[in-house]
Every structure is written in structure tokens, then in C-alpha cells.
Design a protein around this ligand. Sequence first.
Ligand SMILES: [Zn+2]
Length: 419
Amino acid sequence: MEIPEINKDRLLHDLNAVSRIGLGEGGSVTRLVFSVHELRSRQLLVHLMNLAGLDVRVDAAGNVFGRLPAGRDAPAVLAGSHLDSVVQGGRYDGPVGVIGALEAVRTIKESGLRLPVPLESVCFVGEESSRFGFATLGSSLLAGDVTMDDFANAVDAGGTRLEDVLSSFGIYRENLASLKRDPKTIKAYFELHIEQGPVLEFKKKKIGVVTAIAAPSRFRVVFRGQADHSGTTPMEMRKDALVAAGYLITYIDEVCREYASADKGRVVGTVGAIKVEPGVINAIPGRAELQVDVRSITASSKRKVAGRIKQRARQIARERGMKVELLTIREEEPVALHPRLISLIRTTCEERAVPFEVMPSGAGHDAMQMAKITPTGMIFIPSVNGVSHNPTEWTDPEDICLGTQLLVETLIRAAHAEI
Ligand SMILES: [Zn+2]
């Protein structure tokens, strides 16, 4: 099979251009969903897709599609990722998959290769949960697996509700379902992504062939004690919400360590954000809010751990004579990727003699949502020192080019394959 070669300089140049949008201290990148920087990054993508001569479409949620039509109208093979980032993140989490997919599709277009089905490079809106606590927004809307009620607890640090932002774009309860894309228009979805972990580098492998994605359970825990004077209130008369929170944080660490082994599901749990009120040195905290994230690729283990954490939160509140609220942010099931696509990526690696590792993904991705409506596969490339969601996030440019070249080949194979 004749496989066209990507234009490495163009790929790296465009990735660089994206990383300059939202560039901050120490080379960090901040493009929170629906911020000016995130909107600009999608604008740049639309421009690049137009330059490449693709048919560009932006749906009501802001998901961007660049389509290379085929001779006939058939279900398309899609590839993409996201351009939004965490606060002070790195340059490659997301953009590698978006610009990589664009490079793959325009390479195929320029080669003049005729494929039996259309290709689309995609950028999903709001994959990261950093702003609203709600992840994979655009792909969830496209997969039709979300209702307005799911946004009930999605509020940013400034008090802006996700629901209000969406309604400002004309997305309401009544028309939410219309954002779902007809699965019959999609043949398969691929996502190229940095590993965001240390496994590939440690095992000296160039490519990760992803088998499954660990999905998060996310919830808020709000302890309501009583704010009092820090000097006049005796210790035995306090209802300190932050102390209650402290006990719960320690418990989350303990229970996840108990479930750390492979046979117990490798559960991981994190309290990544905490808000304390009134939040001054001379007052006992009357209110403490924690954001809890629990993940595993084994649904039963994840459920067990999340259940125990909630039970312990209630117990701590009871013992200390305070109230506790448990608010679900997101409940996702772990996802297995498609066996046919997994073997397709494997074969591509084997034929090119590229050392690969078959592995699960600990991080969530848009692929998790796409897998609900279409056969889905993921290709990982190594992260130096396993670092991600951090300004020092780095991947060797040669690895980015290799991953993108393999994506070209994978897309061509998928276009021809029976899936
Ligand atoms: Zn990502």
C-alpha cells in the first residue's frame, strides 16, 4: 500500500502556532473552555482547515470539522481531539491530536489518493474539566449522552453556570438532543494523544495502542459546620468544616491505596480543589467544599471506592455534628475500545517495526464519548518524564511526527476496512 508522507515542518509549525495562544509564565498554556484564548485557537484551526481546502463545518456547540469528501457519500472516518487546556498546562495535551489529524487528512488530500469514504479531522469543545468540573463537553453533546440536568452542578470559580454559557450560544434543554450526530454518518473515530504518563518512556516504546479508558466518578462534598471566632471558641465547642474535610482527604488516599493493585482495579482518587469559607485566619471554617475525582478501568471497583468515600463523609459529619452535602458532577462508565481498531493500529506498528505497548488509558478523553456511538481507537505517543497538565509537559517532535504518520496509515486502512 502506497502511504503518503506527512509534512513534518508544517505539522510542528502549526502546533507551535497553537501553543502561542494562551501562553503564560514559564511557557505554560491556559486555554479554558469558552475563554477568548480557547475561541481563538478554534478560529486558527478553522483558518488552517480552510487553507488545506477541507470542507469546514462548526456545529452549534462549537465542535469543528474539516472534511475531505469521497466520491460517494458514505459514513466518514473521523480523527481529532481538543484544543482547550487546564490552567497553566502544557502545549501538547489535545493539540497533538487536533493538528495531527489535520496534518493526516491534508497529507492524504494532497497525495491525490482516492478513498472509498470521507475523512474528517475534528476538534471537540471543552474536553478538560478545569473550568466547570465537567469534562468532554463537545463530544458528549455530539454523542447525545448528556442532558441539561447533568450540568446542574457545573459552575466555574467565578460563579458562571455552564448551562448559562450554553444558552448564550442558543443551546437549551429543548434543543440539546438536536446536537447529537447521527451515528450512521460515522464509520470510526481515532484519537492521537500524548500518554500523559510514564509507561511508554519507561518501557522504551514509541507507540501506545490503547485498549480501554478509565472513566471518572466526580462529585463535590460540602461540609457545613459553623464559622466562629478562632480565639474565643473552645476546641470542644467547634464545628470546623475544614477539619472534617481534612479527615475525608486522608481517608480518600487510604482507601485508594487499598485498591491500588491490578486485581483490585487500580483505583486512583484525588481531591484536586478545595474551597473554604469564610477563608480568613481568625475564623473557624464554617464551610468546606471538596472536588473529588475517582477513576478506574474496572467499574465495580470504582463504584465501591466512591461509595465508601461518600459513606465516610456522612460518618465524619455525623460524628462532628455538622451537615454534609454530596453533589454528583459526573458519573462515567469505563470504556473498552474497539477490538478491530486496536488490531488495525497494532498491524500498522508491526509492519513499520515500531515498538509499541498495548495499554489502558488512565486519563479520560473524547474517545470515551465517541466509543458510545462508533468504533473507536486511540494512539498514544510518549510523554517525557510522564509529565502532563503542567508547563513542562513535553514530547519529542520526532515522536509527534511518528504518531501522525501512523495516523495517516491507520486512517487509510480504516477507510478501506470492514469494521
Ligand atoms: Zn487531552
